[in-house]
Ligand binder design. Structure first.
Ligand SMILES: Nc1ncnc2c1ncn2[C@@H]1O[C@H](COP(=O)(O)OP(=O)(O)OP(=O)(O)O)[C@@H](O)[C@H]1O
Length: 265
């Protein structure tokens, strides 16, 4: 086990961070959506990014996964610099995000989706895996992943016919197919009813084993149930970072969400 580095002690982290952002900035035509963010994500933990609308969560998420290039700053996975790399290169290094429902193919089955995701890891390219026979070698693993997310009964139906909750479970299976060290989940419970939220919390508890999870989440019950560390963003900056139990009563956080009670209305 590696000893914490001096830099980590400076930032008060208890364990060696697996993912580390320093002074991360992203501007859109001069507007700083992410404005000098430092982030230490501890290995093996669940780390939530929260904050009011427009705080910069999605932009930060996109910077960590290569979907946006930072204007300045660094993102390190262990010793490797991620900033400036493509999303595919970052995925290959072990950082994957959940796919969005919008990227599912309505006519393909969940089983085929997962087979294709598994095939994509081989780096051999889509043309090579286009035939059903080539994909068949992934059938067993695809079945296991679908079972893990509670979709084994739905593996053969068109993805377009799945319920909303099942589509979101399929997104998770696709991300898991990439076997990431660090898994980023973008609002995994957004738009769900209470039962699906509970199911998703259980599912994330199960799949976090052996990996690090970063989630953007609006539902504070989900954050309280899952996350050991919470970073609260506001106006593109880190407002506060700490365990949920500490940040939830912090007056700065309450003000950020509810607005300043002393401000003129
Ligand atoms: N492509 C873009 N071009 C211009 N401005 C952008 C772009 N993407 C985001 N922004 C702006 O950056 C700020 C942060 O947006 P972001 O989507 O990261 O916030 P968020 O915390 O994810 O919000 P929400 O909770 O509403 O999803 C917002 O003011 C937004 O309007």
């Amino acid at each position: 086990m590696g000893a914490p580095m001096a830099g980590d002690r400076e930032h008060g982290a208890l364990s060696v961070p697996v993912l580390k952002a320093r002074d991360l900035v992203r501007e859109f035509r001069g507007f700083r959506a992410v404005d000098g963010v430092d982030l230490d994500v501890a290995e093996g933990g669940v780390h939530a990014l929260v904050g009011p609308n427009g705080a910069g969560k999605t932009t930060l998420f996109n910077l960590l996964t290569g979907f946006l290039k930072p204007t300045a700053g660094s993102v390190r996975l262990g010793e490797q610099e991620l900033a400036g790399r493509s999303p595919e290169a970052i995925t290959r290094l072990g950082v994957a995000r959940s796919f969005q429902i919008t990227s599912l193919f309505a006519e393909l089955t969940p089983h085929q989706h997962v087979e294709l995701a598994l095939a994509s890891r081989t780096g051999l390219g889509w043309r090579f895996w286009r035939s059903d026979r080539a994909l068949a070698r992934f059938a067993g693993r695809a079945g296991e992943l679908l079972e893990q997310v509670g979709l084994s009964g739905h593996g053969g139906v068109p993805a377009g016919s799945l319920s909303y909750g099942s589509k979101r479970a399929l997104e998770l299976a696709l991300a898991l197919a990439l076997d990431p060290k660090v898994l980023l989940l973008d609002e995994p419970t957004a738009g769900m009813g209470v039962e699906d939220v509970e199911r998703t919390i259980e599912l994330i508890r199960k799949i976090r084993a052996g990996r690090t999870v970063i989630l953007v989440e609006h539902n504070m019950n989900v954050v309280a149930s899952l996350a050991e560390r919470v970073t609260v963003l506001q106006h593109g900056k880190v407002l506060i970072e700490g365990p949920y139990a500490e940040i939830r009563h912090d007056s700065r956080v309450i003000t950020a969400y509810l607005g300043d009670p002393h401000a003129a209305r």
